[in-house]
Design a protein around this ligand. Structure first.
Ligand code: IVH
Length: 671
């Protein structure tokens, strides 16, 4: 198929624009356009590439999503070995390093060093040929690594094609792949929510993500890269200095550390070390020290190497992030669903500059597995802003009176029975909303953004209201009056008035939000909205039995049981009634009747840009009994294709699936 010039040129233009936005966002951390604009360009390019597959080049920005899983990684021979670094642990050792450097260089005046934080990730070598990324390899043993090209291609801060045109024909760039702390914490929260173990630290998470045989998994992991060095370069060095060479990498769109500095002599190095040490806690990645390199490449050459490390570079390491302290007690925290979480109370200890007094212990099994006893000396690890963890105990220091931990059989807050389901790792307080701790968490949840969204009702305020017994249930919130609110800590007349306004505003909501706000166990946001759409009214839902509930999308037997149990508790029904009496209301939902179920059993996929949000179209289809899925397969009956529909349309065409435009869809819905 010949591609019209206009489309060919448009694709090139889109690739360039997307690459530029990518660069602004991921490399410079300074986006120029909103995400929606970026998405629009991407969809347009995807649509063009779907129409003309020959337009797809390996370096197209659409090709970062990952490909077919590999059987194993290939081997890569490093032409220029990937070295390691000598370490210095004290200022003294740094001064000795500087002295050795000056002695070897005939010049005795001050040496210039270039400094960067030492990232705690994985070393990687990128190979660009004629400006295009052709290979990415791990360090391995330094001379032979693994080919992880497919995975590295999914990392958005790694350019698939270099910017500019003055790069050498062959350019090997070295750097560190790491996982930013924010992404790491989020990944671990998700893993824990799914009952999985999570990663011990960002380094392991980065390594685990990069060594996936299925690059589609890597594509979903928040990895990033900083470049700090070189392998093979076809036309000799890029500049006269290390720092100058790094700046050229930056010009070509590679991401380099904004913390890089050129320093004078060892005094400069020591000052930089303490500066970065102070800033460490504010960085969004883990570092374990600072790297210093002689800046002049000529001097680097004169200095040469010893075995596996250059004489011209050194890593000055930070003191360990692990410390020893004593476990004084194990307290129990009670969450919204009554889950009891053991929390370690520690003798205060400074770990990498921060005083630690608490650490999470997750659950009873974890305490047993690590054989942690009260009174033990324990090793604490703190990594970035991750909650401190107990790594292990020091058995030699166990006092004879160390106590085994026992999960209480009564709730420490309300004294109700504690139950632990055989199938679960979690022990729970059975007190429900009778338990003040659960009540407090339930009210926080009720007011949260995705629930009733009561602005200004923060955690501290809820704590006060519950502790002073001003409220017991979410319904009590709507009985709060100005004179009471005004007198609370850190509340003035203005904020009290604002809170009352926010409470008033929250009364107008949707059934889905209301159901989510009730905090029924296992009923997350999506399930709450499915229940709302399926039943249309609270009264209908209240009457549903477990069997009927399982007909609702995303509702399985466990969720169904929880819903039934919730509406059987008279206490819950009373709270709901009080909330309704307080004036909480929502717009009615159209309840599908049998006659309107014209599309029962039909499977739809929606793609492309349409005149109304996809979610709205989906709802209209679901109300007619249809099922809406995310990807086109043989089971799909209809593809609703808006403008710029891309690969889904191509696939539907190939499978002979009926494709509907918006007008055709509306006609079908009105039948
Ligand atoms: S330079 C010849 N610079 O530290 C110089 N390494 O202990 C080789 N690392 O394998 C490395 N940040 O994974 C250099 N700014 C930085 C670094 C850095 C982290 C890692 C790298 C290397 C290890 C050596």
């Amino acid at each position: 198929m010949t591609i019209p010039d206009s489309d060919f040129n448009r694709a090139a233009e889109l690739r360039e624009q997307i690459n530029l936005h990518n660069y602004r966002y991921y490399v410079l951390d300074d986006p120029q356009v909103p995400d929606s604009e970026y998405d629009r360009l991407m969809r347009e390019l995807q649509a063009l590439e779907a129409r003309y597959p020959s337009l797809i080049t390996p370096e197209s920005p659409t090709q970062r999503v990952g490909g077919q899983p590999l059987e194993g990684f290939g081997e890569v021979q490093h032409q220029v070995p990937m070295l390691s670094l000598d370490n210095a642990f004290t200022d003294q050792e740094m001064m000795e390093f500087d002295r050795r450097v000056r002695e070897r260089l005939v010049a005795t005046d001050v040496v210039h060093y270039v400094a960067e934080p030492k990232l705690d990730g994985l070393a990687i070598s990128l190979r660009y040929e004629n400006g295009v990324l052709v290979q990415a390899a791990t360090r391995g043993d330094g001379s032979q690594g693994e080919d992880v090209t497919q995975n590295v291609r999914t990392i958005p801060s790694v350019p698939l094609r270099l910017m500019g045109d003055d790069w050498p024909a062959i350019l090997e760039v070295r750097g560190e792949i790491y996982m930013p702390l924010e992404g790491f914490n989020q990944l671990n929260r998700q893993a824990l929510a799914k009952g999985e173990k999570g990663f011990a630290n960002p380094r392991n998470a980065a390594a685990g993500s990069l060594r996936q045989l299925d690059s589609r998994i890597t594509a979903q992991r928040p990895l990033a890269m900083y470049c700090y060095g070189f392998g093979e370069i076809s036309d000799g060095p890029l500049a006269e200095t290390q720092s100058g060479s790094i700046r050229r990498l930056a010009d070509w769109g590679l991401r380099v550390s904004p913390e890089m500095r050129v320093l004078e002599g060892v005094e400069g190095c020591l000052a930089y070390y303490s500066l970065i040490g102070e800033r460490r806690a504010t960085l969004d990645y883990e570092i374990d020290g600072v790297v210093f390199k002689v800046d002049s490449l000529k001097q680097q050459k004169q200095l040469g190497f010893v075995s596996r490390a250059p004489r011209w570079a050194i890593a000055q390491k930070f003191p360990a992030q692990e410390e020893m302290t004593r476990l004084l007690a194990i307290d129990i925290q009670v969450g919204r669903t009554g889950a009891l979480t053991p929390v370690a109370r520690l003798e205060p200890v400074t770990v990498a500059g921060v005083t630690v007094t608490n650490a999470t212990l997750h659950n009873e099994d974890e305490i047993k597995r690590k054989d942690i006893r009260i009174g033990d000396t324990v090793i604490i690890r703190r990594a970035g802003d991750v909650i401190p963890q107990i790594v292990r105990t020091v058995p030699d220091r166990r006092p004879p009176d160390a106590l085994l931990f026992q999960m209480p059989d009564h709730c420490p807050v309300c004294d109700s029975d504690v139950i632990r389901d055989e199938s679960e790792a979690v022990a729970r307080c059975s007190g429900g909303l009778f338990c003040p701790a659960q009540r407090r968490e339930a009210i926080k949840h009720f007011a949260s953004r995705r629930a009733l969204d009561i602005e200004g009702l923060g955690d501290k305020l809820v704590d006060q209201l519950v502790t002073q017994e001003l409220i017991k249930t979410p319904a009590d919130l709507y009985r709060l009056a100005l004179p009471v609110l005004e007198k609370l800590d850190r509340m003035g007349k203005r904020s009290a008035e604002n809170l009352l306004k926010a409470l008033e505003k929250s009364k107008q909501t949707t059934l889905g939000r209301f159901l989510f706000a009730l905090g029924i166990r296992e009923v997350g946001e999506t399930t709450a909205h499915s229940l709302a759409n399926h039943y249309g009214s609270l009264d209908a839902l209240k009457l549903a039995d477990a069997e009927a509930l399982q007909l609702v999308p995303d509702v399985g037997p466990i969720v169904a049981e929880h819903v039934v149990a919730f509406f059987r508790q008279s206490h819950n029904l009373e709270v709901i009634q009080s909330l309704l009496d307080a004036g909480i209301h929502w717009p009615p939902i159209e309840i599908p009747d049998a006659a309107s179920q014209t599309l029962t059993g039909k499977v739809f996929v929606i793609t492309g840009t349409l005149s109304e949000p996809r979610e709205a179209i989906k709802q209209r289809l679901v109300l007619r009994g249809a099922k809406v899925t995310g990807s086109v397969s043989k089971k799909t009956d209809y593809l609703v294709a808006g403008e710029e529909a891309g690969s889904k349309r191509t696939k539907a065409e190939a499978l002979g699936i009926t494709i509907l435009n918006e007008a055709e869809l509306n006609a079908l819905l009105e039948q």
